[in-house]
Design a protein around this ligand. Structure first.
Ligand SMILES: C[S@@+](CC[C@H](N)C(=O)[O-])C[C@H]1O[C@@H](n2cnc3c(N)ncnc32)[C@H](O)[C@@H]1O
Ligand SMILES: [Zn+2]
Length: 270
């Protein structure tokens, strides 16, 4: 087994209903198959990460296929890199993770999220992936163990990501550009805050370099109210904007046309 103890970093081995390290730190395997490698002392709150409502809204929106081109491109980019072992950091309910796995049938796949609600649902998508409740600040995998990391719409601990990569391996970061959901933001706020979409470039460790960058852009036509409600609920706009403006977007009679615009940045460890 490849996993390491989140408390002392020693190797974990499988035992009945879970895993244990030589120092006796024990972690359970849930009935659904995932491992909980988040010790209480590493939790900042009782239920860290995205809550059930956000996870379910995102799952329903993504399962309806609205962002299918985003996942398809990510899976292609992963397949081109042909890693032996890969990890999706902040995988949420696993929509993108499962498509990466399908594109890399022979690779050893891992996915983690700090949210139990997310991992509980994600692990149903593909039993071959090792699904973990864990913190991206203390990833329970050894140094130099991964050739490909994915970070999709998630916060990221760059130094931890760097530690996990083997030389020549890389991190694919997918995030919104400043145009993403512009029409929605214009409807929700009097002033649309200018969003800088390359701030993350400042945080990249010195020995990692940007090898590839591309943007994927398309228009989405959200015909049903449920899809618009889910989109709001899965983004910070769901609670930041006023209730009246949100209702206005959800209940409008015409389809809602919105720009989806994502950037893919691939950073390689030298
Ligand atoms: C916007 S969601 C993106 C989920 C998924 N990648 C997707 O695009 O569908 C961000 C995710 O990061 C997770 N997250 C936040 N802080 C985290 C941490 N410290 N460690 C691991 N996951 C974290 C949240 O629980 C949430 O599922
Ligand atoms: Zn231990």
């Amino acid at each position: 087994m490849m996993l390491t103890c989140p408390i002392c970093t020693a190797a974990l081995s499988a035992v009945d209903n879970g895993v244990v390290c030589p120092a006796g730190h024990r972690f359970d395997r849930a009935r659904q198959g995932y491992l909980n490698l988040l010790p209480v002392q590493h939790k900042n709150s009782r239920d860290p990460g995205d809550n059930q409502a956000m996870v379910e809204a995102r799952r329903d929106f993504l399962n309806a296929g609205h962002y299918a081109p985003v996942a398809k491109r990510l899976a292609e980019l992963a397949a081109e890199r042909a890693p032996a072992r890969w990890l999706d950091i902040g995988c949420g309910e696993g929509y993108y993770t499962a498509q990466i796995a399908a594109a890399l049938p022979d690779a050893d796949g891992y996915a983690l999220d700090i949210s139990r609600e997310a991992i509980k649902r994600a692990c149903r998508r593909d039993p071959k992936i090792t699904w973990l409740i864990a913190s991206m600040a203390r990833v329970p995998l050894p140094d130099d163990s991964c050739q490909f990391l994915a970070s999709v719409f998630s916060p990221l601990d760059w130094h931890e990501a760097r530690r996990l990569l083997s030389p020549g391996g890389g991190l694919m970061r997918v995030g919104p550009t400043s145009e993403h959901l512009m029409e929605l933001r214009e409807r929700l706020y009097d002033e649309v805050r200018e969003y800088v979409d390359d701030k993350h470039l400042m945080q990249v460790p010195a020995d990692m370099h940007l090898q590839h960058s591309e943007t994927l852009r398309f228009t989405l036509s959200l015909v049903d109210a449920q899809a618009r409600a889910n989109l709001l609920a899965m983004t910070p706009h769901g609670w930041r904007a006023s209730a009246e403006r949100r209702a206005n977007v959800i209940e409008q009679p015409e389809p809602f046309e919105v720009t989806v615009s994502m950037r893919y940045d691939y950073f390689v460890l030298q």
